[in-house]
Design a protein around this ligand. Structure first.
Ligand SMILES: [Fe+2]
Length: 415
């Protein structure tokens, strides 16, 4: 399901209004006493600190350390304090000073309140109650509360990011949050432990449990930093290849953008589009195995030169297969990126749908970029002439569906 731009404002408005309405409804039952005041100050401070340690997710949104603290507040203090404590977490946006976005604060306040309210209802209707000692705790409601909070929170955030990026909600959730689910659920016992320590020992003992939480934060951060570095290494490799071939400068970057957009246009998930992006950046890495004399030739290539150049897709596939993991598919795409839809390409001479989709996409985008770029032995073709060539060879050299999707991407980029 894809959304239009104006639906984003409507959704933000709806979540804010529903969340704030719930906040008011819960507050009607507020119990103000010295004890609840102290508890509120303590849990709200912890949530505020935890929200300051956020890790940005690759496709938008972020994760923080606040979940176990919110959970502990909810099961020991009930929903009224739960929604107020969690709303304090939304105030961390104020750290931006003048640049703080009031709309974002209200939206976060709304989405947190909805998530906590849903978690409390799931907890209560599975037999849970406000607990202050381990004897009153029951496993089923405790699990239901944690799962409901995670599902509501992650889907509300995924929807707003999907609306912003004009993507599908489930795809966004699957790529941004699914991997975090075990991590969230693993934090649930920490939340329970915090709650019990608060009542069985003292408030200061709860701060000890913040230490393993910071370890979780560093694990999140490390994973995201490594992901960024991974992409930089890939880009550096592609730049190294381009440095040897002056006529293909910035070629891999253009390829990566067009290939990713075409993959998304064809309905690929964010993950698969990213695999195709990596393959597009590295598709000509096998040129490392082709001599400089051939690559920098200004005149036409001999049959022997072509045979050597054609080896680059096999060499590229072999180099990338050494990486393993998700690069097994990247290596397969690179290996086949010069196959033709009718089976007249190389190296395996496979045809039609048996050619990996990523390779079929790269074949189209690569041909378009090569035709519209200047070469020493010919002038660059106009955009119109290059499109005409792609259409002419759709169904023979190229996959017709891919050509159609790529032309849509080109049209969209031109407007
Ligand atoms: Fe190539």
């Amino acid at each position: 399901m894809k959304f239009k731009r104006n639906e984003l404002s409507l959704y933000i408005y709806l979540v804010t209004v529903v969340g704030l309405a719930l906040l008011i409804i819960w507050t009607v039952n507020i119990d103000i006493s010295w004890e609840t005041g102290k508890a509120f100050l303590f849990w709200a401070t912890l949530v505020f600190i935890a929200e300051l340690f956020s890790v940005s997710l690759p496709y938008g949104g972020s994760v923080t350390l606040a979940f176990p603290i919110i959970y502990a507040t909810l099961i020991t203090q009930g929903p009224v304090m739960g929604v107020w404590v969690v709303s304090c977490g939304a105030l961390t946006e104020l750290k931006k000073g003048k640049n703080a976005d009031v709309k974002k604060i209200l939206f976060n306040c709304g989405q947190f309140t909805i998530s906590v309210s849903g978690a409390w209802l799931a907890y209560k209707y599975t037999g849970g109650m406000v607990i202050r000692s381990p004897d009153a705790a029951h496993i089923v409601p405790l699990i239901c509360a944690a799962t409901s909070y995670f599902v509501l929170n992650s889907f509300i955030v995924s929807t707003v990011v999907a609306l912003e990026k004009k993507s599908s909600v489930f795809d966004m959730w699957s790529n941004n949050f699914r991997w975090a689910m075990p991590n969230y659920l693993a934090q649930t016992p920490l939340g329970f432990l915090m709650a019990m320590v608060y009542y069985q020992i003292s408030w200061w003992a709860v701060t000890f449990i913040m230490f393993p939480l910071f370890v979780v934060y560093w694990a999140y951060k490390l994973y995201m930093d490594m992901r960024k570095e991974h992409l930089s290494v890939i880009q550096a490799l592609a730049t190294a290849v381009e440095a040897r071939d002056p006529y293909t400068e910035k070629h891999s970057q253009r390829m990566a953008n067009y290939a990713t957009e075409t993959a998304r246009e064809l309905g690929c998930s964010i993950y698969n589009a990213e695999v195709i992006r990596y393959a597009a950046i590295l598709h000509d890495i096998g040129k490392i195995g082709v001599s400089d004399t051939i690559l920098s030739k200004d005149d036409s290539f001999s049959k022997e030169d072509w045979n050597k150049i054609r080896r680059h897709s096999t060499i590229g596939g072999e180099i990338l297969s050494q990486v393993g993991g998700s690069f097994t598919e990247v290596s397969r795409i690179v290996y086949h990126h010069h196959e033709r839809y009718n089976g007249s390409g190389y190296p395996a001479k496979i045809q039609g749908e048996s050619i990996p989709l990523g390779s079929r996409i790269i074949a189209v985008v690569d041909a378009y970029d090569a035709m519209t770029s200047h070469r020493p032995y010919r002038e660059a073709l106009s955009k119109e002439k290059a499109i005409k060539e792609l259409k002419k060879h759709a169904g023979t050299q190229f996959d017709g569906k891919v050509v159609e999707a790529f032309l849509k991407v080109l049209k969209r980029d031109a407007t």
